[in-house]
Design a protein around this ligand. Structure first.
Ligand code: DP6
Length: 364
């Protein structure tokens, strides 16, 4: 598919008002997206576990205007309160997607959104937030064009979510999603995420992700600034090539169930992401001392217990502790005994692999 395929022809239905609501999860990348081209296209393919507990719920009430407005007409409520400082982000998003959703200026929208996790937890809400918003908007479009197939619906949501935030395109479906052209993944595309199409060993079913909140502060580097640091980065070419190689290795691991190899790929990806930030200009260290303490504790525990627990990181100090379902009791005990002390206010979130976004029933 190409971008033009997402531009609709004239709609055959009209709708004057209505409501739609979706709950959309966050995701955690195993092979990381870091570096993008024009129009939110990734420099390399990435793959993630869709999460379950960390999610955004968004409701959109829409009303057709008598005549299209000059500017986008919307109100935004975050956790029940009007949130002016979120509006520019939505406006930018609308501007990017209007060519694909030409009705945006024909309606007034009331967007009500809330997260299952605390806003100040240092957990990025852009993946769940942008995917929930894209879901609501394409659901409205489906009312204008009821013939839209389910497959096209999912692809278009992912395509639009990507224009809001790259990783958001991996938050529509579960339980594993790949985004970005990769010659060995059939159907893969830079334009949208696809449900991972190959065999996944039972070892990876219902994997756990306990997120340790090491630093709940504002992000030191916004993702946009971060991605831009990969332009003219001395190691960029090699890194983008490595992501393809790691994805190939992961495809083999998903089939075989080899957890030791899984750990090697996932931890190396996390440290490579941070290495890219440390070696860019300007450079950043986003880990905190407690991030390193936790990593060392995980390595120590793995050594002495032969457990298959491992870690990954996003562009921040928090640590995602990943472990298989059949080790959940022993690893969770280890987390409580030895890791939680390194979290800010002892805070952590218990999450696991989930199965994608869900439409919520509207009462009125
Ligand atoms: C480190 O998706 O937040 O989490 O496209 O600029 O919104 P934008 O970036 P964003 O970047 C996420 C980067 C990452 C790795 C990943 O999720 O693959």
């Amino acid at each position: 598919m190409i971008e033009k395929d997402f531009i609709p022809s004239a709609y055959n239905h009209t709708i004057t008002e209505g409501k739609v609501s979706y709950k959309s999860p966050s995701n955690i990348a195993l092979v990381k997206y870091w570096g993008k081209k024009e129009n939110q296209l990734p420099q390399n393919p990435s793959i993630s576990f869709t999460l379950d507990a960390c999610a955004t719920t968004t409701k959109i009430s829409f009303k057709r205007l008598n005549k299209p407005s000059e500017e986008y007409s919307f109100d935004l409520l975050f956790e029940g309160n009007s949130k002016e400082d979120f509006k520019p982000k939505i406006k930018t998003f609308f501007t990017r997607i209007e060519v694909y959703l030409p009705f945006l200026k024909e309606y007034h929208f009331t967007i009500e959104t809330s997260n299952s996790f605390p806003h100040s937890s240092g957990i990025a809400s852009s993946a769940s937030g942008m995917s929930a918003l894209a879901l609501c908007l394409v659901a409205l479009e489906k009312q204008l064009n009821p013939e839209m197939s389910d497959d096209f619906f999912t692809k278009k949501v992912s395509f639009l979510a990507r224009l809001g935030s790259g990783s958001a395109c991996r938050s529509i479906e579960g339980d594993i999603v790949q985004w970005g052209n990769h010659e060995n993944t059939e159907g893969s595309s830079d334009l949208f995420g696809i449900k991972y199409p190959y065999k996944v060993h039972d070892n990876f079913k219902r994997f756990h992700d306990t997120i340790l909140l090491v630093d709940k502060g504002q992000k030191q580097v916004s993702s946009t600034v971060g991605h831009n640091l990969m332009h003219n980065h001395p190691f960029a070419t090699q890194r983008f090539k490595q992501a393809h190689e790691n994805l190939d290795k992961l495809i083999a691991v998903f089939e075989s169930g080899d957890l030791k190899e899984f750990i090697a790929i996932v931890e190396s990806e996390a440290l490579t992401l941070h290495a890219m930030m440390m070696t860019s200009m300007p450079y950043f260290i986003l880990m905190k001392p407690n991030t390193l303490e936790i990593i060392n504790k995980i390595w120590e525990f793995r050594e002495k217990s032969n457990s298959n627990v491992c870690f990954t990181l996003d562009a921040g100090a928090n640590v995602h502790v990943l472990y298989p379902e059949n080790e959940k009791d022993v690893v969770f005990q280890f987390i409580k005994d030895e890791l939680i002390g390194y979290c800010e206010n002892q805070q952590y979130i218990c999450d696991r692999i989930g199965f994608g976004a869900k439409q919520l029933k509207m009462n009125a």
